[in-house]
Write a protein that binds this ligand. Structure first.
Ligand SMILES: Nc1ncnc2c1ncn2[C@@H]1O[C@H](COP(=O)(O)OP(=O)(O)OP(=O)(O)O)[C@@H](O)[C@H]1O
Length: 388
């Protein structure tokens, strides 16, 4: 059993996780739900020994303390992580990726049996053993990532948002595969934004909000909880009935993969002012005054009551840049074409070649998924968006 107890993580002054406690038994799927920035990835990284922040608390796997061990040693103990973004080697073949997963001491002796188990679970990985992973579809690459983690012969498999970027159909296949992995007797700790599909296969779940575990229950109870429905299952905005635990979801009606996904906004969004500890306009005023006096002055109060000096030239340069960007955006807007009105026109991506000369730049759509920014580009003449 994996027992995470009172895990606290700080990145400098920022508390990303506060006394979080989570348990996962072998043979069960546990899902952690939470808004962007709640601390979900941090919890998985802390348990796996790859967290960049300072970690305290206890993470025991079948009684062995993991905190303080190296990442390799933790894999040796039987905890494997499939990181966000998969972490496969795209230039290597499927077989090479799987073999690399068996580097740990506990896996080397049983490499053959583990490979057979992975290939039985994912027959496609046997059929495509010599395919270069970078040429595979997103869903297939996710299969390789899970297969690679399973090659380390883990007791507990942790996965960070495995369905990210997958079409509804591929996500469905992924969750069905995770249920099969659980049925082999492995414990699965799953961090997911796709609450609906993950709760449908999970046994239990935790809610992580603003660095704290705020609720823990069976998957079925979470599905029926009106607060969970409103925050994570979109109950308020849809007439769909929530899924039933342990029953795979019906085939989604929408079979066309979307060009990109925007994650649901956090219900616990913090204002920039709160994070900075001072209002933005206050900072701008301070930068203004500092640049007039051309002196170095402390402008950002730290949470410990002291102040952090920010060179006035750097701050005003940054603010100038923000202001210039805003002006450029306004200029673009004022010279833009008249708005099109028909629904079908609005849904059609505008071919770049037909735009006026002033608009002949690649279209950039920024999708905010706090605290990160994902940039999607559409090349001239193409209707496809590519993530940077
Ligand atoms: N290496 C780091 N240095 C500084 N702050 C970090 C670092 N990694 C994460 N954080 C911060 O810690 C908080 C929790 O981040 P984390 O990635 O764990 O959130 P999350 O719940 O997984 O979010 P998401 O769903 O967006 O991936 C965020 O405020 C994030 O900005």
């Amino acid at each position: 059993m994996l027992e995470l107890e009172n895990i606290t993580v700080r990145y400098g002054q920022h508390r990303a996780l506060e006394e979080a406690s989570v348990k996962v038994k072998e043979g069960e799927i546990v899902v952690i739900l939470g808004a962007n920035g709640a601390g979900k990835s941090t919890l998985l990284k802390a348990a796996s020994g790859i967290c960049e922040g300072s970690v305290s608390g206890s993470a025991r796997l079948n009684g062995t303390e993991l905190i303080g061990l190296s990442a390799n040693k933790i894999v040796d103990e039987g905890l494997a992580l499939v990181p966000e973004g998969r972490g496969v080697f795209p230039e290597l073949t499927v077989k090479e990726n799987l073999t690399l997963g068996a580097y740990s001491q506990r896996a080397r002796d049983e490499e053959k049996q583990n490979l057979a188990r992975v290939q039985e679970l994912f027959p496609k990985l046997a059929d495509r053993a010599s395919q270069i992973v970078g040429t595979m579809s997103g869903g297939e690459q996710q299969m390789v990532a899970i297969g690679r983690a399973m090659m380390s012969n883990p007791r507990i498999l942790t996965l960070d948002e495995p369905s990210l970027g997958l079409s509804p159909l591929l996500s469905k296949e992924l969750f069905a595969n995770l249920a099969k992995v659980r049925d082999l007797g492995l414990g699965i700790l799953l961090v997911e934004q796709n609450a609906k599909q993950s709760l449908a296969i999970a046994d239990r779940g935790y809610l992580l909000e603003n660095a704290h575990v705020t609720h823990e229950d069976t998957a079925q109870a979470l599905i029926s909880d009106p607060a969970v429905q409103a925050a994570y299952l979109g109950a308020a905005s849809s007439n769909e009935s929530p899924p039933t635990a342990s029953e795979p979801e019906a085939t989604p009606k929408l079979e066309t993969p979307s060009a990109f996904q925007v994650k649901p906004a956090s219900t616990q969004t913090m204002s920039a002012d709160t994070i900075l500890g001072r209002s933005i306009s206050d900072l701008v005023d301070a930068a203004d005054e500092a640049s007039r006096q051309n002196v170095l002055r402390p402008v950002v109060p730290a949470t410990n009551g002291k102040t952090i000096g920010v060179p006035s030239d750097r701050l005003s340069a940054a603010l100038n840049e923000i202001e210039m960007s805003a002006k450029r955006a306004l200029d673009r807007k004022s010279s833009a074409r008249p708005l099109r009105t028909s629904q079908s026109e609005r849904l059609q991506p505008q071919p770049i070649a037909s735009l006026p000369a002033s608009d002949q730049k690649p279209v950039v759509i920024e999708v905010y998924r706090a605290p990160r920014v994902e940039v999607y580009r559409r090349q001239p003449g193409s209707n496809e968006f590519e993530r940077d």
